[in-house]
Design a protein around this ligand. Structure first.
Ligand code: G3H
Ligand code: ZN
Length: 280
């Protein structure tokens, strides 16, 4: 069934594991998350990024994904990722998302607090969960590009001020990961993470989960990262499978299945390292 994100995160806090958000670009990729999550009994978040909802697709995509998620035997959350726009969030609420991210990280702190509180006012009466972001994560996610110069790790005092003014269900923090393909090995700032965990009980979210070695992920999860977002690895894996199928002269559906099989393996690896396999 479809559930809000706060239910999944509360269980992850209580039973000491991390929930994974898998971002989808097409229904075939979603089928892979859902079947793998069911097979390994893991609660998951289906993330819908800005690329997936472009060109007026928010309502039709949500209708299809809601139907798929609702059929799952396991708890699944349908989450709108990296929205910067309250009007788009209104559309997402009408379309039936159970969780949304208001990414105010490009705004000055006072404005980020204001827009996040505004979005909370829209979501709370409907029981929809809210994720916010502090610091700026570098890299490329669909049309969102944050250069190394624009990026900055989260500031401890900013987090303290934010959480004393806003009560969100999850907080994305920039601690050294990046969106998209890494040019060099990512260096997570574990010292900063330890300080963050010391100043807030809000479940923290690690974005840019693709390409982070399992050892670093395990350490971050052990220190209290309660949600991991993964996108790029899956879309590249899916395309690799489809491409191999095209080269082999397969039918379109056989190409999709090759793509899904690769995504299944990537999803399973994240479910295992997060400790969420077997928790649903
Ligand atoms: O919000 C989406 C995630 O942060 C995904 O990042 O594409 O680098 O895995 P990624
Ligand atoms: Zn992200």
């Amino acid at each position: 069934p479809l559930v809000p994100m706060n239910e999944l995160l509360a269980d992850a806090v209580a039973r000491d594991y991390t929930v994974v958000q898998f971002n989808t670009d097409c229904i075939e990729i979603t089928q892979s998350f859902l079947r793998t999550a069911e097979e390994y009994a893991a609660p998951i978040i289906v993330g819908v990024g800005q690329g997936a909802v472009k060109d007026g697709k928010i309502a039709p995509i949500a209708a299809m994904l809601r139907d798929y998620c609702a059929r799952s035997k396991l708890p699944v959350c349908l989450h709108l990722d990296h929205s910067e726009d309250p009007d788009q969030i209104m559309q997402a609420l009408r379309a039936g998302f159970t969780s949304i991210m208001i990414d105010g990280s490009a705004r000055p702190l006072a404005e980020n607090i204001e827009v996040t509180n505004h979005v909370l006012g829209l979501c709370r009466p409907l029981g929809v969960s809210v994720e916010a972001e502090l610091g700026r994560i570098p890299g490329v996610e669909d049309d969102m590009v944050v250069t190394e110069e624009q990026a900055n790790k989260v500031d401890l005092a900013v987090v303290e001020e934010f959480v004393s003014n806003v009560s969100v269900d999850a907080l994305a923090v920039a601690v050294g990961s990046a969106h998209g393909i890494y040019k060099a090995e990512p260096k997570l700032d574990f010292e900063l993470l330890a300080q963050l965990v010391g100043v807030t009980d809000t479940p923290l979210v690690l974005h840019g989960g693709s390409g982070i070695p399992d050892t670093a992920l395990r350490k971050a999860f052990g220190m209290g990262m309660k949600k991991l977002n993964v996108g790029t690895e899956l879309r590249l894996g899916f395309l690799r499978g489809v491409h191999a199928g095209v080269e082999a002269g397969d039918s379109i559906y056989a190409c999709f299945e090759r793509g899904r099989k690769i995504v299944d393996g990537l999803v399973l690896s994240k479910l295992e390292v997060s400790g969420s396999a077997g928790k649903a």
